[in-house]
Every structure is written in C-alpha cells, then in structure tokens.
Write a protein that binds this ligand. Structure first.
Ligand code: MN
Length: 133
C-alpha cells in the first residue's frame, strides 16, 4: 500500500478549511492547515508535504507572494503548489502560474470534482519526481 499523502492547505477562511479538510480526509489524505504565510513556513521547516493548496486572497502575505517565495527555497520549490481562488475573471489563473503555481482550482470548490483534481495533481508530481536512471 502506498504511503498516505500529506497535503498542506494554506487558507485564512475557517469555513473553507473545514470543507477542504472534510473532503481530503475522506480519501484519506493527511491534512495540515496554515492560516497564513507565517504558519505555512513554520510547517514547511518541519515537514515536506506532497502537495500545497494555496489560497490566493489572504491578508498580509497573499498567495502569489508566498508562492513566489517558496519556489526559491531548495527542498521546498519542487513541492507542487495548487492555487485556489475565486477570481478567475480577473486573470488569476495566469497570475498564479506566473507566480510559480503548478495548477489552479476555482472557488467555490466543486465537491464533486475536487478530489479528482487533487489526485490528478498528485499523479503528475509523482511522475515528475521519479528518480532518474
Ligand atoms: Mn482567503
């Protein structure tokens, strides 16, 4: 059996965290939660999740800024970061890719497809991280 995957969810909104936690834990994935950039960085010092879900709209440090920072850190920059944002109309998909995000999920979260999207991103990163001969 494959080891349980760990997902770090960075999101300032409590209700969004509950929803995502409930979905992810049903698989089950191990879920870590950070309310802000500071907490996220603290987690990433101690543990390397398989995937990061990044809310874009957060007070203080937004998801673009935090993603750009994380993508410069050795040991962290290879962890896939998936942006979660409601602002598809404002070009947030392009902005998040430019900031270094590896993918994009729209809010409100579609509970019928969310886990398939997560599984897809985990499979892509699994292929990418396979050891080279
Ligand atoms: Mn938010």
């Amino acid at each position: 059996m494959a080891a349980q995957k760990t997902i770090l969810h960075i999101e300032d909104n409590f209700e969004n965290r509950i929803l995502v936690r409930r979905l992810l834990q049903s698989v089950p994935y191990q879920v870590l939660e950070a309310e802000n950039a500071f907490e996220a960085i603290n987690y990433l010092r101690k543990t390397k999740p398989d995937l990061i879900l990044m809310d874009i709209n957060m007070p203080d440090v937004d998801g673009y800024t935090l993603t750009s920072k994380l993508k410069t850190v050795p040991g962290i920059k290879q962890i896939p970061i998936i942006a979660i944002t409601a602002n598809a109309m404002r070009g947030d998909r392009e902005k998040s890719i430019r900031a270094g995000c590896d993918g994009y999920i729209e809010k409100p979260i579609d509970i019928d497809t969310f886990l398939d999207q997560i599984d897809h991103f985990l499979q892509i990163s699994g292929q990418r991280n396979q050891p080279h001969a």
